[in-house]
Design a protein around this ligand. Structure first.
Ligand code: ZN
Length: 215
């Protein structure tokens, strides 16, 4: 393996310069690992089509796992407001892309987030950012769902939080049981959504018109 091959930051034709989620050092280290991986699966990393693949893949995986570089506080910074409302707030159909921690294959789908404010609300655009922060890590869907709910609970202490995710898992679609049409739904509810069945029903009714149906 040539030592200098991934030394220079010369990702020709693609975005130049390190993005906030990547560093030249990490890119170089991961690119070398991808080169070894290509050899291990029987490929020739020196053939033309693969010459820049290790560096592209190294940048892609850093993008897909950038959630490790983020924290709840910085994602929500300055976006928590006092507001005397107590009506349900729902952000529906938040797309997410994550990687399953068992196979490092994508799982992706949509997420619905609801909370019942108690004098504090979160800037609406911050909720999808929070979803991305947890999704862009190695995950299991159940934990992703719970972490989103708990982060909102901690940030604004609402009267309740409910999160539902529906996802397709590449590890079930292209390998293993090879089921292309199955989807996995997980939910996590806290506070009033847990204790008060009518509140829970209201939430599930409000997301019925969303892109998927909860049976
Ligand atoms: Zn998997």
């Amino acid at each position: 393996m040539e030592t200098n091959r991934y030394e220079a930051w010369d990702d020709r034709g693609e975005e130049t310069g390190p993005r906030p989620w990547e560093t030249p050092e990490r890119t170089k280290q991961i690119a070398q690992l991808y080169e070894s991986l290509l050899i291990a699966i029987g490929e020739d990393p020196r053939r033309e089509g693969l010459l820049r693949t290790p560096i592209r893949a190294a940048r892609a995986i850093q993008f897909l796992t950038q959630g490790y570089q983020q924290e709840i506080e910085s994602v929500l910074n300055d976006a928590i407001f006092e507001e005397p409302t107590d009506g349900i707030v729902i952000v529906r159909d938040i797309e997410f892309y994550s990687l399953c921690e068992h196979h490092v294959l994508p799982f992706f789908g949509r997420c619905h987030v609801a909370y019942l404010p108690d004098r504090k609300i979160i800037g609406l655009s911050k909720i999808p950012r929070l979803v991305d922060m947890f999704a862009r890590r190695l995950q299991v869907q159940e934990r992703l769902t719970r972490q989103i709910a708990e982060a909102i609970q901690t940030a604004i202490q609402p009267r309740g939080v409910a999160v539902v995710t529906e996802a397709a898992h590449m590890c079930m679609m292209v390998r293993g049981v090879e089921k292309q049409h199955s989807s996995t739904v997980t939910s996590y509810v806290l506070g009033a959504f847990r204790e008060d069945p009518s509140t829970r029903v209201e939430f599930f009714n409000l997301i019925q018109g969303a892109s998927f149906r909860i049976e």
